[in-house]
Design a protein around this ligand. Sequence first.
Ligand SMILES: Nc1ncnc2c1ncn2[C@@H]1O[C@H](COP(=O)(O)OP(=O)(O)O)[C@@H](O)[C@H]1O
Ligand SMILES: [Mg+2]
Length: 337
Amino acid sequence: MSFIEARNLRKTYTPKGADPVHALDGLDLDVPEGTITAILGPNGAGKTTAVKVLTTLIVPDSGTASIGGINVLERPEAIRPIIGVSGQYAAVDENLTGFENLDMVGRLYHLGAKASRARARELIDLFELSEAQNRPVKGFSGGMRRRIDLAGALVTRPSVLFLDEPTTGLDPRSRLGMWDIIRSLVDGGTTVLLTTQYLEEADQLADDISVIDTGKVIAKGTADELKASVGGQRVELNLVTAEDTAETVEILRRFGTAEPAVSNDSRTVTVSVESGPEALQLVLAELSAREVALFDAGMRRPTLDDVFLSLTGHVATEEPEEETANVGGRAKAGKPA
Ligand SMILES: Nc1ncnc2c1ncn2[C@@H]1O[C@H](COP(=O)(O)OP(=O)(O)O)[C@@H](O)[C@H]1O
Ligand SMILES: [Mg+2]
């Protein structure tokens, strides 16, 4: 049995006057102890719903889930003390300072006044928030807000951590900082279930990836396994002019093992091939004979983007999602800076 295990989770929402939405449609998950698993999926795939079920915030229509052998649905009160949650709906009080927020979490969990303050100080140091500790959270940048939110989830030293899109909307530098923190937590033995829309984030952080779409797992494996599953190499061409796109597609079609993909601006055409070097030479000879001008041409291994495209027929969207209101209705989480 995996440390975090979900079987056949189903959750349907039926908004008034609208069609039912199958947010979870038979979802299975397995996260081994001490590892990090990513749920990778586009907006609306069911990631947050899955996290909410596993963290006891909502009850599924059917299915089972357990963490460390404890049944999530039958014994939610035994689950809550061992888990930490950080994410889109996490509660940070905007009017309290960074320090006060962490201190408050400790007191809510009955750590006692002295231990709560000590733990808050420790986390402020760990997350390098010392200049911000005495300022109200409402003045925090998006990156600082995420750090204080994650710090809040760590107050009780949970052995299991749920991170719901921890870097969505963050600038690249804050994202790298967050990745470092997450890696160090896993190195320290924490079991992490992370959701993300970013293929690169799953690739960087996760031991194992479950790709989900419309509430179910559509592929599963390590990043390398997923890339290998879409096979072979890619020949990629950058055209000088989009006028040559149709002709190039026609040529690539003859050498590829699947239909060539064309970028939005029509200037990049990619096809999967069996042998990269051989295909590239043949393609270049043909293009040269037809006087198609190239900016660039090369071979590359499949990326997770290719995996997603081949599984779903559409590219993964990477637009930041708007932050939603938090639990308890205390303060509204602002849009990440
Ligand atoms: N409380 C709710 N009421 C109605 N529909 C919901 C509710 N929560 C989620 N959904 C719908 O369920 C689907 C999955 O949502 P969610 O789990 O939030 O996806 P993700 O986190 O992957 O973006 C979406 O279509 C969403 O609109
Ligand atoms: Mg979500």
